[in-house]
Design a protein around this ligand. Structure first.
Ligand code: CDP
Ligand code: MG
Length: 737
């Protein structure tokens, strides 16, 4: 559905674009396709029969040979020369193939093996929508190639770069990170091939990358300054034709997958509690069904941990005579060592000749197409996942547990038929499958706020967003909202051009508001504090509140509480953590109900942010007095200076009304704010049964009219209680002069 008839794009990607080779498409490549592939084949066989690893100069380990045996069984191997031939003679190739056929782990390797990458010069990059997929696949591929992770094979995700400019030839990275790299290197000059993996997921970043590559490819033809750039777009079976037509009829190669029939079961009645139902079904399978591992799809960390615990308990209840059952969780914030465990084979029989044990993996959507776990025979699909939802009218983006699409349900059930016939238990009715589920999930670009993307595109020199070649263009209102926000924040001027502040903001891998907060924090003399707050906000929730010890958790949190601000409470906890000696930190976290993994990654984020701050010449200054206390007023001012578009005003009847959008909201129960201050700013709008605002800080009308008179302008302000107070504030301001 690309607007292929309408390709008048305004770009100034690079001043060196005049070097672009003007030869018509393909004229220069026709003869070398098959001969190149043959040559590649020869190099390949030579390498495969050699006992010396060309990347390390050392002999291959025995592990290498044993993995190679399983790799050679993957369907994608049948197809190696056809693929290399297509890539040799085309700039873009679309590959479609069943999940598990070996696309992600093998195709990038084929490309580096035949010489598309040269250490220190060019690399092959493979994008992934998810961080976990990027890290875990990089680790797997490093193992398959028998090289060190971070050297020959590396990965880059936000706040973590495990690659090496001298030796990395194959890099897995999130689609968002490739977009960031493009900001500083618009022609993606170090890449010789970009593999856009999981394109069917249609994440926001992948969609933007596709549009961007359409701009870049004509400038990276054969003979251009940085040489030819190849693109391989890979997708699970869905929508491949759509990609093909978007890329002007690029060749489409289908990897024939081996799949076995999967029997589908539905529930007779809707389930009231899908977590309970999933646990029950898993235990039932373990009791009644033949050997084979189980994959359960749930929506998030908490749910998954809870289900794992209950399945373990259920298996214990079956006693020692039942076959052994091991349970592994899988979600994005799980540390790599634990993520890896999902690939451990199921336990054997308890007694010689007895029935074999079983493995259960309880996972988020990661296991739907990104990661393939061998040995799965049973899939339990409750029919939900966490999805981004954006409402441009009230400018709220949230992650909501929502029903999946029929396409997702089919992918999920397909996971049961990888190695032999399987069964899928859908925990909803058949009627619901046909009548309630959408056919496909909407692309993320239609469900996201766009401020970040707009800033990125502006930085890339793409000014004409309306004619940018999006596969599915975002709603005009969403684009307008983004431009408006960036204009209010001072990132774009009234003509829509980028300001110096905007250019700096684009350098930070953060939401525009947080970027601005950090950049302006030295004006308030508290950049040390703001960088800590931003770091603590960029990681999963650091305060834990287990249901069974909620009271103790609340007491622990109270030690850090600042009655005027949840942000400063976070800062207090973080600062306290930094003072604990490293070897005692784990225990300290445990005692204080702090998530130790989260807070440790906040430290890493902080380190990265401080590096960028140094690069951007943002000074590190502190408002901490000699008594060790913060000047909390200035911190709250620094927060207000960036967050004034997310402010709510206390109403007479006790609820809050968000400014301009007029939504009735309440302080989230987790807030430590004392009483009900007149003005609050908030980080997050949680749409649940009741509309809550989360991570809240008290602010003042006086600050708002001082810092953002262009936003709080009375001429364009809806009639409301807040307006009356603002009028008073402006009068006071006049008197102050
Ligand atoms: O990308 P696609 O879905 O086509 O397949 P893949 O991710 O390349 O997976 C190919 C095979 O590698 C599957 O059988 C996976 O189970 C296996 N694999 C593995 O054993 N360990 C990993 N860490 C990753 C993949
Ligand atoms: Mg894959």
């Amino acid at each position: 559905m690309g607007k292929s008839s309408d390709r008048k794009r305004k770009v100034n990607l690079d001043s060196s674009s005049s070097i672009t080779n003007t030869t018509a498409d393909n004229n220069d490549t026709n003869d070398d396709g098959s001969s190149l592939a043959k040559k590649h084949q020869a190099t390949l066989s030579a390498r495969q029969s050699s006992s010396i690893n060309p990347w390390t100069g050392r002999s291959y380990s025995s592990r290498y040979h044993s993995i190679l045996q399983t790799r050679l069984q993957l369907p994608v191997y049948q197809f190696q020369s056809q693929l290399l031939e297509a890539v040799a003679s085309n700039q873009i190739v679309v590959v479609e193939g069943e999940t598990g056929s070996g696309k992600t782990t093998q195709i990038p390797q084929f490309l580096v093996e035949v010489g598309y990458a040269l250490p220190g010069k060019t690399i092959v990059g493979c994008t992934q929508p998810r961080r976990v997929a990027a890290t875990s696949i990089a680790a797997r591929v490093a193992e398959e190639m028998d090289v060190t992770l971070g050297k020959t094979v590396g990965y880059t995700i936000r706040f973590e770069d495990v690659s090496d400019s001298e030796s990395t030839v194959l890099k897995f990275l999130t689609d968002g990170m490739l977009l960031r790299e493009a900001m500083n290197d618009p022609l993606l000059s170090k890449y010789s091939v970009i593999v856009l993996d999981e394109a069917h997921e249609r994440t926001l970043a992948t969609d933007v990358l596709m549009g961007l590559l359409m701009e870049v490819l004509p400038k990276r033809k054969k003979g251009s300054k940085f040489g030819e750039l190849k693109v391989v777009v890979m997708s699970a079976t869905l929508d491949a034709e759509k990609f093909q037509s978007y890329f002007h009829g690029a060749p489409l190669l289908k990897v024939p997958g081996r799949t076995f029939p999967v029997e589908i079961f539905y529930t007779a009645e809707p389930e009231r509690n899908y977590v309970e139902a999933a646990v029950r079904t898993a235990i039932q399978i373990h009791k009644c069904e033949g050997p084979g591992d189980i994959l359960v799809f749930l929506t998030g960390e908490q749910e998954i941990e809870q289900a794992c615990e209950e399945i373990r308990l259920g298996a214990q209840d079956m006693g020692k005579d039942a076959p052994e059952l091991v349970v592994y969780p899988l979600y994005s914030s799980l540390p790599p060592a634990q993520q890896k465990k999902i690939f451990t084979p199921a336990p054997g029989p308890r007694v010689v000749g007895g029935p074999p044990g079983r493995k259960v993996v309880v996972s988020t959507n990661i296991a739907e197409t990104s990661l393939t776990i061998d040995g799965i025979v049973y899939v339990i699909d409750p029919g939900f996942s966490k999805q981004k939802v954006y409402n441009p009218r009230i400018r709220v983006e949230s992650l909501l547990v929502s029903p999946i699409s029929r396409a997702s349900a089919r992918q999920r059930s397909g996971r049961a038929g990888r190695t032999r016939p399987g069964k899928c238990f859908r925990l909803y009715t058949e009627q619901s499958f046909y009548n309630d589920l959408q056919e496909t999930t909407y692309p993320e670009i239609l469900r996201s706020k766009m401020a970040n993307v707009v800033l990125t595109l502006k930085k890339l020199g793409i000014d004409d967003l309306v004619h940018f070649d999006f596969m599915d263009p975002p709603a005009p209102e969403t684009l307008m909202r983004a431009l408006e926000l960036l204009n209010y924040l001072g990132a774009l001027d009234d003509e829509g051009d980028m300001t110096d502040l905007g250019r700096q903001m684009a350098e930070l891998p953060l939401d525009p508001q947080l970027s601005k907060m950090l950049i302006c924090s030295p004006d308030f003399n508290c950049s040390e504090e703001i960088v800590n707050i931003v770091a603590a906000m960029s990681v999963p929730q650091i305060f834990m509140r287990p249901r069974e010890s909620a009271k103790a958790a609340d007491e622990a949190k109270a030690q850090f509480a600042d009655a005027t601000s949840d942000h400063i409470t976070l800062l207090n906890a973080y600062a306290a953590y930094e003072e604990v000696p490293i070897e005692e930190r784990k225990q300290w976290c445990w005692d204080n109900f702090i998530n130790d993994r989260s807070i440790a990654s906040a430290q890493n984020v902080k380190k990265q942010l401080r590096n960028i701050m140094t690069r951007l010449d943002i000074p590190l200054v502190t408002c901490r007095g000699s008594n060790g206390k913060y000047d909390t007023n200035t911190i709250r001012m620094a927060l207000t200076n960036a967050m004034y578009m997310q402010v709510a005003y206390l109403q007479r009847q006790g609820s809050y009304l968000t400014v301009k959008d007029n939504q009735i909201v309440y302080l989230h129960p987790s807030s430590v704010i004392d009483g009900k201050p007149q003005w609050v700013l908030f980080e997050e709008f949680a749409l649940t049964s009741k509309n809550y605002i989360r991570t809240v800080t008290t602010t003042r009308g006086e600050w708002l009219v001082d810092m953002a008179p262009h936003y709080f302008d009375l001429d364009n302000f809806p009639e409301c209680e807040a307006k009356d107070e603002l009028i008073l504030e402006y009068k006071k301001k006049l008197r102050r002069g």
